[in-house]
Design a protein around this ligand. Structure first.
Ligand code: F6R
Length: 370
């Protein structure tokens, strides 16, 4: 039931503060917010203690969640992490070394390529292999075939374009990173408790970002007749740029590409002209000054910028530059909050263009064939 909402996608976008908070509650009690619950993944502590690297396998939006997890694993725990789309991984005879944690991320748990990639690894049984399903469907094949099940508590997702499944995947991945950091003593108690407390603030921050709905709808009017669009981000926002581009193309049918902003001058800058909208994810983080220089490169070539920034960044709208302010959030968790504006943007562009938002052409919710 869509309730008051025009589309399932919009309803699911609005469910994110609760869905993310529910997912976080698996691991943290609100009355003891600075430590992980004893029972969170407790049965699997011995397995998680032994792993030396992480391999994430997933498709589409779930793959983008994996890309964020790579930044988190490596920067917070120093456990090496690789991420690959399942349809490439399974056909290239990859090396999986001993003591690898294989994380399969899938909303449905029935994605054919992800399942096959997992089965191939299991056939070769590297020593100390631990498999984990990060999945929204507890009864799925993926959950049955893995050692550890880490659920996303998004509730059923009906819209083909994934929204709340993505942000709950991110939340659960952060919890997993913290758990690995804790059991392997790779993170100080202080660092752990700071991040856990910041996780508690997410519900409010996600709520506040939903207030951007109106200004983003206004922004979306500039996209109605566009043919192509770039999404830029750096660091933790690069995967969100990829996700923003995927959302826009799948529901509005406008060609879009996500790029690491530092790669601009290695090719895509040639595309930039006055007709090219460029969406920039610009929180005031450690990459902000570099990103600003990238934005200037675009602006100088008459590209039209649509910037999601923090107020603290003091970015202001000017000619050919539109700014929407996103609520303050710490750098580490910012990808979860910045997912909301890119979802809302693609939603409003699609509605304006009159596409079938919940059932985009040629796509299926669960891709059970390769
Ligand atoms: C995009 C989208 C798809 C899925 C992909 C993987 O909005 O929904 O890209 O993310 O088909 O599906 P799951 O997560 O079910 O394995």
């Amino acid at each position: 039931d869509k309730g008051e909402f025009r589309h399932y996608m919009l309803k699911e976008i609005y469910e994110q503060p609760d869905a993310v908070a529910r997912t976080i509650e698996m691991a943290v009690d609100s009355d003891a917010p600075s430590k992980l619950r004893d029972d969170f993944l407790q049965r699997h502590e011995a397995l998680l203690k032994g792993i030396k690297q992480v391999q994430v396998i997933a498709c589409g939006t779930s793959y983008h969640a994996g890309l964020v997890a790579k930044y988190w694993f490596e920067s917070l725990t120093r456990v090496p992490c690789s991420v690959e789309v399942a349809s490439e991984f399974r056909y290239r005879n990859p090396v999986v070394v001993d003591n690898t944690l294989v994380i399969c991320i899938s909303q449905s748990g029935e994605t054919a390529d992800t399942l096959s990639a997992l089965r191939d690894i299991q056939k070769h049984t590297p020593a100390g292999l631990v498999s984990l399903a990060l999945c929204n469907v507890p009864t799925s094949s993926l959950v049955r075939e893995t050692d550890i099940f880490l659920p996303t508590l998004a509730g059923p997702e009906i819209g083909v374009a994934s929204t709340k499944a993505f942000t709950t995947q991110l939340a659960a991945l952060m919890l997993l990173v913290l758990k690995v950091g804790a059991v392997q003593a790779r993170m100080t108690d202080e660092k752990l408790s700071t991040l856990l407390e910041k996780l508690q603030a997410l519900r409010g921050q996600l709520h506040a970002s939903l207030h951007l709905d109106a200004p983003i709808k206004v922004m979306s009017e500039h996209f109605e007749y566009k043919k192509s669009c770039l999404f830029l981000g750096r660091g933790l926002q690069f995967p969100i740029a990829l996700e923003g581009a995927l959302k826009l193309k799948e529901i509005s049918y406008i060609h879009a590409e996500g790029y690491a902003a530092g790669e601009l001058k290695h090719g895509p800058l040639a595309l930039v002209d006055k007709d090219m909208p460029i969406v920039v994810l610009a929180p005031k983080d450690s990459m902000f000054d570099k990103l600003k220089a990238n934005m200037q490169e675009v602006h100088a070539r008459h590209g039209e910028l649509f910037v999601f920034a923090s107020e603290e960044s003091k970015m202001v709208a000017e000619d050919r530059m539109h700014v929407v302010y996103v609520p303050e959030v710490c750098e580490t968790l910012a990808p979860i909050v910045y997912s909301i504006p890119v979802q809302l943007l693609s939603y409003h562009v699609a509605v304006m263009r009159g596409t079938d938002v919940d059932q985009p052409r040629n796509l299926a919710k669960s891709v059970t064939v390769e």
